[in-house]
Design a protein around this ligand. Structure first.
Ligand SMILES: Cc1cc2nc3c(=O)[nH]c(=O)nc-3n(C[C@H](O)[C@H](O)[C@H](O)COP(=O)(O)OP(=O)(O)OC[C@H]3O[C@@H](n4cnc5c(N)ncnc54)[C@H](O)[C@@H]3O)c2cc1C
Length: 447
């Protein structure tokens, strides 16, 4: 036992981890939430930070502030590197100091990261969008590309700087491509003297036969039409084979194509965070597709009822990698733990309640699917705005986001265009994989 009160250690302050912590606010437990950033990031609006609509502070709220009134919870800043399922401890580090935290119940909710499907060299030239740093780096690259085009004296070079390639036709790819098209056609109008930003070419490459496959064929076709209406070139069946500093190579219809482009964004692949595979190995459990951990019907690690795996890290049939699924999982795990601590019957196995899918394409254009209802156009867009405002964490953020949206969608203005040299460099630096740092200790700890 970790102490007198039952201690619940939650790793990851995203949707699953935070909602689990909040779900335990009235339970007779001590909650320790460990997160490597100390912020709850509202990932669905990251693309708006990447394209200059919102500032990072509006979508990343300090976990200390969120939990300030929850007396039974505290935040431990740190990156978890090791879990010992036998000693029931979690090892994390921050600022060079290592902390070992004992637990009675462990909830692991460290989310997902990008997958380049083994093509790690793509990472440097086509950053993905998962963190605030990613968004700021992409933003720096997008606006820098227009500056480079303005200074370019060679026509081919100018065209290359004005070509933006987004890889992946899921919601993130669609949203990023739509926003780059809008900012070049609207927001940057009359900002330059040598170039017309509206000449920018925005290309969305998707290897599969359709965009947004989860939305079904009707909405998928509509999303494509909407994107094309705002100037995005949509290329389906285009499989990327190479990416470097100056071009993207892909095959389509049996042809190899080379496209010169300075700015590339990767929105094609998702893999569970490295802690997932490591946990599965420790427990002798299955790692499912993308490194996710297959969980029991009550979201626990098979053979370890005291360990929950939640959100994007967990694999369960019929449960998608969406914020709503992570929230429901976090709340469910909190109910199970509260029942156990009180000696009550635990709730029935976890059941995901599908509340639908939303994706925005551009101003006044979105697609929404919920049950049998399908919405498109301005109505869907208004629904998208409303849902995101309601789910955004923090009253102050809702107010400022509303103001920024008004400025951007009514007048085309984007307030968040400043970039530091550090941000511009970030995306070029390939991050050190966490798993590599973890392996020796996990191998030693395997039982
Ligand atoms: C760009 C983008 C757009 C999206 N749009 C939508 C959308 O429109 N609708 C929707 O429903 N879903 C959307 N999603 C998916 C949604 O955001 C995820 O499904 C959801 O965030 C998963 O929640 P989670 O708690 O599992 O993980 P996350 O929210 O990713 O949280 C993981 C947390 O763990 C922390 N962490 C990771 N590793 C460690 C470690 N080793 N030690 C300590 N802390 C660690 C991280 O700092 C983070 O706080 C989007 C995702 C992205 C990236």
């Amino acid at each position: 036992m970790a102490g007198t009160a039952h201690r619940v250690v939650i790793v990851g302050g995203g949707f699953a981890g935070l909602f689990a912590a909040r779900g335990l606010r009235r339970a007779a437990v001590e909650v320790v939430l460990i997160d490597r950033t100390g912020f709850h990031l509202f990932q669905p609006l990251l693309y708006q930070v990447a394209t200059g609509i919102l500032s990072q502070g509006e979508i990343a709220r300090p976990l200390r502030e969120v939990l300030r009134r929850q007396r039974n919870a505290r935040l431990l800043l740190g990156e978890v590197q090791d879990v010992d399922l036998v000693a029931r401890t979690v090892t994390s580090s921050a600022f060079g100091a290592v902390t070992v935290t004992p637990y009675d119940t462990l909830m692991v909710a460290t989310g997902a990261t990008h997958s380049y499907f083994g093509n790690e060299t793509f990472r440097e030239h086509a950053p993905g969008l998962k963190t605030v740093d990613d968004a700021l780096a992409i933003r720096a690259r997008i606006y820098e590309a227009f500056e480079r085009a303005e200074s370019a004296t060679d026509h081919a070079e100018r065209c290359r700087h004005l070509t933006f390639v987004v890889v992946g036709g899921g919601p993130t790819g669609v949203e990023v491509a739509g926003q780059i098209a809008e900012l070049s056609a609207r927001s940057l109008r009359r900002n330059f003297r040598s170039i017309d930003p509206a000449d920018a070419r925005v290309v969305l490459l998707e290897a599969g036969p359709a965009l947004l496959p989860a939305f079904g064929p009707v909405l998928s076709a509509r999303a494509r039409r909407d994107l094309e209406a705002v100037g995005v070139e949509v290329l389906l069946g285009a499989r990327v084979t190479g990416i470097d500093a100056t071009e993207v190579r892909y095959t389509a219809d049996g042809q190899d194509v080379r496209m010169a482009a300075t700015t590339k964004v990767w929105a094609a692949g998702v893999a569970a965070s490295p802690l997932g595979g490591a946990l599965a190995t420790l427990a002798g459990a299955q790692a499912a597709r993308g490194g996710r951990v297959e969980v029991a019907p009550d979201l626990t690690l098979p053979g370890h009822p005291e360990v929950f795996v939640l959100g994007d890290l967990a694999s369960m049939p019929g449960v998608p990698g969406l914020a709503q699924a992570a929230i429901q999982a976090g709340r469910y795990a909190a109910r199970v733990v509260a029942a156990r601590v009180d000696g009550r019957e635990p709730p029935a196995p976890f059941r995901y309640r599908d509340k639908g899918n939303l994706a925005t394409i551009a101003r006044l254009r979105a697609v929404v699917q919920t049950g049998r209802i399908r919405l498109v156009g301005p109505v869907a867009w208004a629904a998208w705005l409303g849902v995101h405002l309601v789910t955004l964490n923090g009253y102050r953020n809702r107010v400022t986001v509303t103001m920024h949206w008004a400025a951007t969608f009514l007048a085309g203005a984007r307030a968040e265009r400043a970039a530091t040299a550090v941000q511009a460099r970030h995306a070029a630096a390939a991050p050190v994989p966490v798993l590599a740092a973890m392996e020796p200790s996990l191998a030693g700890g395997r039982r």
